[in-house]
Design a protein around this ligand. Structure first.
Ligand SMILES: [Zn+2]
Length: 285
């Protein structure tokens, strides 16, 4: 993380976030070994499937609509990019469509340097936010960026959400804050500068701007992005409440995070796609 981003601890120390206590750890009954969570702790024998196979384009189109339904997107803003292969070409949404109306056939292909390759529509230079994050961090095969409301409230206050709820553990150790606002990022140089400021953080709040979520798969990035604004809304409501709030005790965060991401990602995704197909089947077109 760059020296310009501020950690949650620093923000708490500055007194700019609700200063509460960590919830008391529950005593572990004698003879019980605390679970490390994740698939090692329990793996389902079977899970409800989506019911159909999706192409890459259909998969990404579903991600746009799922996140639009979660209020992650602000009308015309934002991109999700997906580097599918080692050549670095990526799928991306076009300029001019709102996330809630993207269909599989609307998606464009650009190179690792943001050169247009294919698609019905055009792609804005703001794609450089994404190309340079992909270039800087090969683990970030998927990058989602938009301006979810409650996250932008905290962004303007200079705050990151603390882990006030167990779902927030999925962000434990992964949050970053970029305090400088550099205006429109429309060149490779500006995108690279932002990527450098982001560093290792995979969920980044940009002051006066929005949020970037990165990850290895469309499913995981969609799950985390869909969950993040809710955690920000929770943090905001606690700020407004003006009372000290407890946070999840650090010693159980890792196990809970593993369970959410390893066990929850696929079933979140399958359920979200099933719901979408019931009401918006044209997303597949
Ligand atoms: Zn933006």
């Amino acid at each position: 993380m760059s020296d310009t981003s501020r950690s949650m601890t620093e923000l708490r120390r500055s007194g700019s976030i609700v200063e509460g206590a960590t919830a008391r750890p529950a005593p572990v009954p004698e003879g019980v070994t605390p679970s490390q969570g994740g698939l090692d702790a329990w793996s389902p024998r079977v899970t409800p499937p989506i019911g159909i196979d999706l192409t890459d384009e259909q998969t990404l189109a579903c991600a746009f609509r799922i996140l639009a339904e979660c209020a992650f997107s602000e009308n015309i803003a934002g991109h999700i990019t997906w580097v599918r292969d080692d050549r670095g070409t990526m799928l991306v949404n076009p300029w001019g469509l709102w996330w809630e109306e993207v269909k599989a056939s609307d998606l464009c292909v650009v190179t690792a340097d943001a050169e247009f390759v294919a698609g019905r529509w055009d792609v804005t230079p703001a794609i450089h936010i994404h190309t340079e994050i992909h270039r800087a961090d090969p683990r970030a095969r998927v990058v989602a960026h938009n301006h979810p409301y409650h996250a932008t409230v905290l962004a303007a206050l200079g705050l990151l959400p603390d882990i006030f709820h167990q779902t927030g553990t999925m962000f434990d150790g992964d949050l970053g804050f970029v305090a400088e606002y550099a205006g429109e990022i429309d060149s490779r140089e500006l995108g690279a500068d932002l990527a450098q400021r982001i560093g290792d953080a995979s969920v980044v709040v940009l002051a006066n701007h929005g949020v970037i979520v990165t990850g290895p798969t469309v499913e995981e990035v969609t799950y985390r992005a869909a969950s993040f604004d809710r955690q920000c809304r929770l943090a905001y409501d606690l700020l407004v409440a003006g009372r000290a709030a407890t946070t999840v005790t650090p010693d159980v965060r890792g196990a809970m995070k593993a369970s959410l991401l390893e066990r929850g990602t696929d079933v979140f995704w399958a359920g979200a796609v099933r719901r979408l197909l019931r009401t918006q089947p044209e997303v597949m077109d």
